[in-house]
Design a protein around this ligand. Structure first.
Ligand code: AMP
Length: 391
């Protein structure tokens, strides 16, 4: 995935319009986790060092799209950015309009302007061309560093790229580089691990990964549906009855590539306080619910992972939010930290699992985009990526 980056264009004296993902968690209008803002810093700092002026835009939450709402203002995010950059960051009252245009045109080299939430206008999510043109009028070069929003064809992620030279930032570039390893010429043996609650929203990922990887490990609630498809009685476990036929077909077509749990940590739905017990996958007792993978499954997965050269992981192996059912997920996280393979972690729950297990820094790449990384692994072309110039 060879897209032009900020290093491929002369930025000196230019007004750079940059889409970032500052969709940060907030409490009463104050940012509570600045991870996403920090993730955009390398590109922001580089652009400023090149002598450009910078106009930063993002969405935040789900405002109604009919104008300013204090609850969804990016003001607190712009304060955090100012602190991290150690320089003032002006916040505009809107993201389009004559006042914002004049603010952007008067910016001097090295100065930063943050636009208000692009979703204060319903035209953003509609990818309205007139709205995109108004955004484009604010800059001379468009940089997209918001991988987490690249699966959406919105005005600030896709439409605007039609009117300006469009290139990627470092975060976007890194995401594409690592996720491409999973879909194009992967190092082998290549092991993909999928987990989470349901298979119905991951069928396309399963099918695409099966054409690329050497082994596909499936754990979590998803595995229950596959085990049920093999004819096992899963008692009260989460099983998607409507997906059993699909699971049967996948099992039939995947040969020896598919690796499922052979045992699990079983809890009792009727008595949530009861101490969970380990059972073989084909011996889940009546009333029991398989909530995590068991020790023999961890061992079987470990035997494959220790030889892997590339591992891609999306979705927890069990109900890891509950300490009684977190061991399988954390064991996989720790195995990945020491297995020596290139390790690519999808966003969302798997990203929080490696963090909770204390091994996030030992991963080759932890994606910042849950939905975007999943669509990428499905083999889809993300509209926000397609809009950027090729090298
Ligand atoms: P997803 O959003 O599909 O990736 O699913 C993530 C959720 O799956 C987490 O909140 C887990 O608690 C849940 N989950 C994982 N394993 C199981 C399981 N065996 N039974 C029920 N829920 C599970």
């Amino acid at each position: 995935m060879n897209k032009k980056t900020v290093k491929d264009i002369d930025l000196q004296g230019k007004r750079v319009l940059m889409r970032v993902d500052f969709n940060v968690p907030m409490d009463k209008g104050v940012v509570t986790d600045d991870k996403r803002i920090r993730a955009a810093l390398p590109t922001i700092q580089y652009v400023l060092e090149q002598g450009a002026s910078l106009i930063v835009m993002s969405h935040l939450g789900r405002p109604k799209g009919v104008g300013f709402e204090a609850e969804f203002s990016l003001k607190s995010a712009s304060d955090v950015l100012a602190k991290l950059l150690n320089k003032p960051v002006k916040i505009a009252s809107d993201c389009i309009g004559t006042e914002v245009e004049s603010l952007s045109k008067n910016l001097k080299s090295g100065e930063v302007l943050m636009l208000e939430n692009v979703r204060f206008h319903k035209e953003e999510e509609k990818n309205d061309p007139e709205f995109a043109k108004k955004l484009a009028a604010l800059g001379e070069i468009y940089v997209n560093d918001a991988f987490g929003s690249a699966h959406r064809a919105h005005a600030s992620t896709e439409g605007v790229a039609k009117y300006l030279p469009a290139i990627s930032g470092f975060l976007m570039q890194q995401e594409l580089e690592y996720l491409s390893k999973a879909t194009m010429n992967p190092e082998r043996p290549y092991v993909a691990i999928l987990g989470g609650a349901k298979i119905s929203d991951k069928i396309a990922v399963i099918e695409n990964l099966l054409t690329k990887c050497d082994t596909l490990i499936i754990g979590g609630g998803m595995a229950n549906t596959f085990l049920a498809a093999k004819g096992f009685n899963m008692a009260e476990s989460l099983v998607e009855q409507t997906a059993i036929d699909t699971a049967k077909k996948i099992i039939a077509n995947s040969g020896s590539k598919l690796l499922l749990p052979v045992d699990g940590v079983v809890g009792l739905k009727a008595d949530p306080q009861a101490q969970p017990k380990i059972f073989d996958a084909n011996k889940v007792p009546s009333g029991g619910s398989m909530m995590d993978i068991g020790p023999r499954s961890i061992e079987s997965f470990s035997n494959v992972l220790k030889n892997a050269k590339l591992v891609v992981w999306n979705g927890p192996m069990g109900v890891f939010e509950d300490p009684r059912y977190s061991e399988g997920t954390f064991a996989i996280a720790k195995l990945l930290a020491t297995c020596g393979a290139t390790t690519v972690i999808g966003g969302g729950d798997s990203a929080s699992a490696v963090k909770k297990a204390g091994v996030a820094k030992q991963m080759s790449h932890v994606s910042t985009g849950g939905g975007a990384s999943l669509e990428f692994l499905e083999g889809k072309i993300l509209p926000g990526v397609a809009a950027l110039m090729d090298k």
